[in-house]
Each structure stands twice: as C-alpha cells, then as structure tokens.
Design a protein around this ligand. Structure first.
Ligand SMILES: Nc1ncnc2c1ncn2[C@@H]1O[C@H](COP(=O)(O)OP(=O)(O)OP(=O)(O)O)[C@@H](O)[C@H]1O
Ligand SMILES: [Mg+2]
Length: 309
C-alpha cells in the first residue's frame, strides 16, 4: 500500500481580479511506504500546494483522486490524520514558553504521554536545551522542535516541507542527519520536499520531480538523476579536425572542434568511451585526454524538468 497516491490532481487558485493560477496540473504521484521520498521541484512548481491538498488544507479542483495511507482525501482524513505528522512552513509555538512546555501542551491536546515528549526531544537532540525559551532558540533549533512536534504521535507518515530553508550549514547538516535517521528506522515514511538537488541526493531513497504542477520523473534517486547525465565525451587529440572525420565516419555524432586550439572536440551520447579510444588509435590519432562530460547536478535537474537554464 503506497503512503501517498494522487491521481490526476489539479489545483487552480482563483483570486478576484487576477488570472487563475494552475498550481497543480493533473498531478500523478505515488510515494511507496518506507524510507525517505524526495519531492523535488523549483520554486513555484507546486510542492507546498500538493502537500496542502494531501493534508486537506486546500481543496483541489474536482476530478482527481487522492489517497493518504489508503484513506480517500478528504472524506477519510479523520481516520488517518492521527498517523500523519507534518511540518509545513514555520510551526507556531509560544515564544515565551520553553521547548519542552510547548511540546507538552501539544502532547496533552493530542493525548500523547509526557514520556513521548522526552523521546521526541531526544530524537531531535534538544534535550539539553529543552528548558530554554522558544524565542531564544536558533532557527535550526526551532525547526528541530517543529519536527519533534510532528513526531509526537509517532506518525507512519512524516511530511516535511523544505525543513532546511533558511538554516546555516550546521543547521542543515543536523536536520538532514535527523531525516536520514528517521527514514532508516523503518517505522516512518518520510516525504521531504526540497528545491535542492544535493539535499535530495544526500537524504532520499526515491524521488519525484515536479515541474509546473506535474510530475516529470519518479523513481530511485540514482536512476532518476542518471537520466539527466549527458553521455558526452570531451576528446583532446593533436589534430581534432581529422579525428572528428574519423569518428563521424564511424557513426559518432561529433560537434565541431569547440576550442580555438583545434585539438578538442566533443562526441555526443557515447555509451562506451573505450570504443572512441580504439577507433582513434586505429587511425593513428592518439588521445591526449578523454573526459566524460558529466552533467553537473543543476543541469541534470534542468534537463529533467525541461526548464531553460
Ligand atoms: N494561496 C495562493 N493563492 C494564489 N496562488 C498561489 C497560492 N499558493 C500558491 N500559489 C501559486 O501556485 C503555484 C505553486 O506554488 P507552491 O507554493 O505550491 O510551489 P512550491 O513548489 O511549494 O514553491 P517553493 O519552492 O517556492 O515553496 C505558484 O505559481 C504560486 O504562485
Ligand atoms: Mg513551497
């Protein structure tokens, strides 16, 4: 049973005097149970809107289907919402109360034990600062307290919307470590939204990529990101023009020598670089350099989402 299953879900924001804004456009999304699932997309691609729709905070356009822990949304939400923890944007806490008291109040309202409060403080590594007032917390500590609050009910599904936004590098590292730990313990499925490819790579097992309100790629992180790799090779030889002719004749797609020195050329979509080496050597062109042009993270992302750089 997938933790999240959205089929053809659309959401159009309509505000008087403004053109309608299609935030979700027939979105299909499946999040399997277990591990950390990334929800990657540029600003405005619809991540927060999908999360809001999932939690019943925003009403989608008629027509699609949404299941959360197998319950239909919104009708079945009351049955499952107790098993879902979410951190969407900055959580609200009483600034003058300690972190512990804030959690205790939430726990009481949710019928959760004091012992569980201590466990959650421990999980997010805030036990020794638990008596400090919330307003004295760093941004990273505030965010970790937010995650602790989302964990109180020991959720089967934990939804985190860009939890490392605005944190400094140490804060980001702590939050990422925490998410990895939560995903690894096997009891919780984590859905983590982010616009940072590197974050998804570090933390997630699987990923869905959102662009303009649609899911454009989904699957294990390594597989999905490999689709953005170019397979191009940069080749340096003493006579690039002659080498290019040899490779073209052998059926390779060769770009004209890109460097004014006339020694460098680009070969497109090469599955086995050894073949390029062999053919060139057989014709007396000895390589000075052969470099796979690995698409950097950002261009891989842009290649997948189809956004112009
Ligand atoms: N309350 C709203 N009223 C009108 N338009 C909205 C509203 N909320 C979101 N939108 C629009 O819907 C689209 C998707 O926004 P959303 O916040 O879901 O994107 P996001 O992927 O979470 O972006 P970010 O990375 O910036 O958080 C955007 O074009 C946004 O302007
Ligand atoms: Mg957002």
């Amino acid at each position: 049973m997938p933790a999240v299953h959205m089929t053809s879900v659309s959401k159009t924001y309509r505000r008087r005097g403004r053109p309608p804004q299609k935030a979700l456009d027939s979105l299909d999304l499946v999040v399997d149970s277990g591990g950390v699932h990334g929800f990657l997309g540029p600003n405005g691609s619809g991540k927060t809107t999908s999360i809001r729709v999932l939690l019943g905070l925003v009403r989608p356009d008629p027509g699609g289907e949404i299941r959360l822990l197998d319950a239909p949304v919104p009708a079945g939400l009351p049955d499952v919402i107790g098993a879902v923890g979410a951190l969407v944007e900055t959580p609200l806490f009483f600034p003058g109360f300690s972190g512990r008291l804030n959690l205790q109040l939430l726990a009481e309202a949710a019928g959760v034990s004091r012992a569980r409060v201590e466990e959650c403080l421990e999980t997010v590594d805030l036990r020794d600062r638990a008596e400090d007032r919330f307003k004295g917390y760093s941004l990273g500590m505030k965010q970790r307290l937010g995650i602790a609050a989302a964990l109180l009910k020991a959720p089967r599904l934990l939804i985190l919307d860009e939890p490392s936004n605005g944190l400094d590098p140490a804060g980001i590292r702590d939050v990422r470590e925490l998410i990895r730990r939560l995903g690894a313990d096997g009891r919780t499925t984590v859905l983590l939204s982010s616009h940072l490819l590197a974050e998804i790579q570090q933390v997630c097992d699987s990923v869905s990529i959102l662009a303009r309100g649609r899911c454009v790629a989904s699957g294990p992180v390594s597989e999905v990101l490999a689709r953005g790799a170019s397979g191009d090779l940069r080749v340096r030889v003493p006579d690039a023009a002659a080498a290019a002719a040899v490779l073209s004749a052998a059926g390779f797609a060769v770009a004209p020598p890109e460097h004014p020195d006339g020694r460098t050329l680009l070969v497109h979509g090469v599955p086995a670089p050894g073949e390029v080496t062999r053919i060139l050597a057989a014709h007396g062109h000895y390589l000075e350099e052969l470099t796979p042009v690995t698409a950097d993270l950002e261009s891989a992302f842009l290649a997948i989402t189809g956004d112009p750089a």
